[in-house]
Design a protein around this ligand. Sequence first.
Ligand code: ADP
Ligand code: MG
Length: 266
Amino acid sequence: MAHIFCVANQKGGVGKTTTTVNLSAGLAALSQRVLMVDLDPQGNATMGSGVDKRELELSVYEVLIEGAEIAKAKVLSNWGDQPAHRLHKTYDILGASRELAAAELELVGMENREKRLKQALEKVDNDYDFVLIDCPPSLSLLTLNGLCSANGVIVPMQCEYFALEGLTDLVNTIKQVHANLNRELKIIGLLRVMFDPRVSLQVQVSDQLKAHFGDKVFNAVIPRNVRLAEAPSFGLPGVVYDPNAKGSQAFIAFAKEMVERIAKNT
Ligand code: ADP
Ligand code: MG
């Protein structure tokens, strides 16, 4: 059975998509079978995996609204034809295109509206080791579909002053979903991203996080690294674009940590 994790944080620009894409590529590099689901109508995780969202024949929209099968809608990540990139292992993608924005409204009147992704994922559960779901920055019906499908949530966060406050909102949301919709849901861990150890406030917030959440804070720390920010413009995860960059190395370490954690708990 696949481990299904949502990458969520209701704030925008905190590194959700960067985390989803690079963890997918990192896990694939470790020979894990990965399906990445893009639940954000912006489609950044799709584009950042080398797939043109405008050319998708089937996407997560058809899966949610029309009951299309994931096995038919999935596409493969595409690293282009540069020899250095082609060597990297790929992962499957259930992509997002612009029309996903409309799904939000269309879902409202539908039966089982929070559980449509869950139902679709059940059919491919045995095909993957990991399913990683990139969520939009809001508590929408799309995000709810992600949270209802998942065994756990990975929360990327920047170590800033208001980060802890935002975290309280997210923890409450997860508690509510746990109580009402998905008894399996829990926080898998908090991932410190865009970290700069030269900023003493960031070090302080990081220490507070560890004091508060203990081993729910991942050991891996993702530094602020320009190579990670450049990679999407080439349609590549940082891990594929420049595997030796500090940020990519940190994501590879994070993927290893994830695999080790899972091995310990099962
Ligand atoms: P979200 O999905 O939460 O909105 P993104 O992953 O799109 O956040 O990240 C927001 C912006 O920050 C993007 O431009 C991305 O390239 C950049 N970014 C993310 N992580 C890093 C990092 N570790 N170092 C530098 N830039 C980063
Ligand atoms: Mg995003």
